[in-house]
Design a protein around this ligand. Structure first.
Ligand code: SF4
Length: 325
């Protein structure tokens, strides 16, 4: 299978493409780019089924994180009609050093969006849907009400579809988390992204302990909720730091851990420190399961929403078994 090169799939001159989407990064020096190892191989997009998903999404006018984050799994997922919706616009108010989503001042919220997400979920036939968003620090509630409306619209239109949300951190947005949890998603996901020592360079607008507490509080508010969080590896973290984060996550009662390889979207983004080999992901998975996570997805191409439906079924089954024993 051909490999998609995220750094070379934009026809515009490299620096022009990066500057347009990430004006705050335009003046930064180019970062070194590591050659991809043979295990970073993905299915190229373009099959007939992929085209159908693409056309349906285009017609809906909705954004997907699959496209905006230049996800390497888009060929595989869209062929199976799996897509992850990104609500509240395509422009983010944060400027994380790892992220390909465009940064700047977003447009006002579109009140028709929750209904359109619900209709697209139905049209794609999704039995498990993942909805994420950009950060909306410009909104008084960080977009919590919009998230809640989207959950309700999907519930109304798609009876039986389970709903996973991957939210921003709602930093300094009082009652935002409470509003979102009250809408009763099945899975509450918020990614810690990296270890605390790298927050200042990788995720400067966020606070590690706030994010951790957000996840813990979500479970406190609704103990039947499944909580999920993930880390990107290969940013410069140490093994001990990863294990400490796993312990922190377990202390916050997080059920599901995802670990994937960080891939550098452009030369202006954070460089890759190293490619973590598949065996190391396997070793982390074994460690995490021993620490008590109900489910762990760990591989170079693992992403929060990759195989989210199948993984949710396994997660639910594990909780059921644990409750019976
Ligand atoms: S892994 Fe998630 S973001 Fe990537 S293509 Fe699949 S559904 Fe989209």
């Amino acid at each position: 299978m051909p490999t998609i090169d995220l750094l070379n799939n934009d026809p515009r001159p490299r620096n022009a493409a990066a500057a347009l989407r990430h004006p705050e990064k335009a003046a930064r020096p180019d970062q070194p780019v590591l050659r991809k190892p043979p295990w970073i191989r993905v299915k190229a997009p373009g099959s007939a089924a992929w085209g159908e998903t693409s056309a349906l999404l285009k017609g809906s006018g909705l954004a997907t994180v699959c496209q905006e984050a230049a996800c390497p799994n888009i060929g595989e997922c869209w062929e199976k009609k799996h897509a992850t919706f990104m609500i509240m616009g395509e422009v983010c108010t944060r400027a994380c050093a790892f992220c390909n989503v465009a940064t700047g001042l977003p447009a006002p919220l579109d009140p028709s969006e929750p209904g359109r997400v619900a209709q697209a979920t139905k049209a794609l036939g999704l039995t498990h849907v993942v909805v994420t968003s950009v950060d909306r620090d410009d909104l008084p509630d960080g977009g919590a009400e919009h998230f809640a409306r989207t959950i309700s619209a999907i519930r109304d239109a798609c009876r039986g579809t389970t709903i996973e949300i991957l939210t921003p951190d709602f930093l300094r947005k009082e009652w935002a988390l409470e509003r979102v949890v009250a809408a009763s998603p099945d899975v509450f996901n918020h990614n810690l992204e990296t270890v605390p020592s790298l927050y200042v360079t990788v995720r400067p607008g966020a606070r590690y302990f706030h994010s951790l507490r957000l996840l813990q509080r979500a479970k406190e508010l609704n103990p039947s909720l499944f909580t999920k969080s993930g880390l990107m590896l290969g940013l410069g973290e140490t093994r001990n730091e990863v294990m400490q984060v796993m312990d922190d996550m377990r202390s916050a009662d997080i059920d599901f851990l995802t670990l994937g390889q960080y891939l550098q979207p452009t030369r202006k983004h954070h460089p890759i420190d190293r490619f973590v080999p598949p065996e190391e992901f396997e070793a982390y998975k074994a460690l995490a399961l021993a620490k008590g996570f109900a489910y762990v997805a760990a591989s170079p191409l693992t992403r929060s929403s990759h195989h989210a439906g199948e993984d949710f079924e396994r997660l639910r089954a594990t909780r059921g078994r644990r409750q019976e024993s």
